[in-house]
Design a protein around this ligand. Structure first.
Ligand SMILES: [Zn+2]
Length: 263
């Protein structure tokens, strides 16, 4: 098992949570690999240096882009690991969100037992993400650079370590809703947006979702906003999604996946 923080250099909560596990590692009951993924970006408080690391997997050890080399090195270092917990933070939401992919039922099963209210299948929307190249459970811990995000990351790490039998105890049971991310919502270059809807609250057709100096974006169909924010991304507002179910098994039906049988 592995825990990774700092794929994005401007998201310090995950790095702090990883360092705290290191400081207390004498308590761990099994080996856990701890990774700080992009030290140059973290040192310069930037999302990335040459390329967004979470869009360039599987990377390339011979690339001129630092993040492509780091992505290849990260995949190599976790190749013997089971599920990898990857910690991020957002500009869009206070509470932790779990992102899973359709091809990793073991990741979905762990996400279902973490104390998170929202579990999102990101399969159609995250090309080049870490999770497309390995069994990665991505956590958006909360709002970037808040003490709450760091505290959420700590709690998720503790729950993850309990679920993989590295720490005693069980996480608190939490009711989760499952979603499918369906598409990104593009923004106009250099426009400033006011976001007028809340993430995970269903938007009805005809609702004004966002307003900019260049006009309004009005919903033409119903959807659930996911990771939408005014400042989180350069070229998109965030993502549209739909509810997939209130239990993991109903969500798996919607996703068209069956869990891998275990021997
Ligand atoms: Zn991130």
């Amino acid at each position: 098992m592995a825990i990774v923080g700092g794929i994005h250099g401007d998201e310090p909560s995950g790095v702090r949570a990883v360092r705290e596990v290191l400081d207390s590692s004498t308590n761990l009951q099994r080996p856990i690999q701890l990774v700080v993924a992009n030290p140059p970006a973290i040192a310069s408080h930037r999302r990335y240096i040459d390329a967004d690391m979470n869009r360039v997997f599987p990377g390339d050890p011979a690339s001129e882009d630092r993040e492509r080399r780091l992505a290849a090195a990260l995949l190599k270092s976790i190749s013997d690991c089971g599920v990898v917990l990857s910690l991020h933070s957002t500009h869009s939401y206070d509470d932790p969100i779990a992102l899973v992919s359709r091809s990793h039922p073991e990741v979905q099963a762990l996400a279902a037992r973490l104390p998170v209210s929202h579990v999102v299948d990101q399969t159609p929307c995250f090309e080049g993400a870490f999770a497309t190249s390995a069994p990665v459970l991505t956590i958006e811990a909360g709002r970037t650079r808040t003490e709450e995000a760091t505290e959420n990351a700590r709690q998720i790490v503790e729950a993850f370590l309990q679920l993989v039998d590295a720490l005693p105890g069980e996480p608190v049971e939490t009711d989760s809703t499952y979603y499918t991310m369906t598409e990104a919502v593009s923004t106009q270059p250099d426009a400033n947006y006011d976001l007028l809807v809340d993430n995970f609250e269903v938007v009805e057709p005809g609702t004004t979702v966002a307003r900019s100096d260049r006009g309004e974006y009005v919903a033409d169909t119903s959807f659930v906003p996911i990771l939408m924010s005014e400042t989180g991304y350069d070229d998109i507002l965030g993502y549209k999604g739909a509810v997939a179910g209130e239990t993991l098994s109903s969500a798996r039906n919607a996703w068209g996946v069956s869990p891998t049988p275990r021997n």
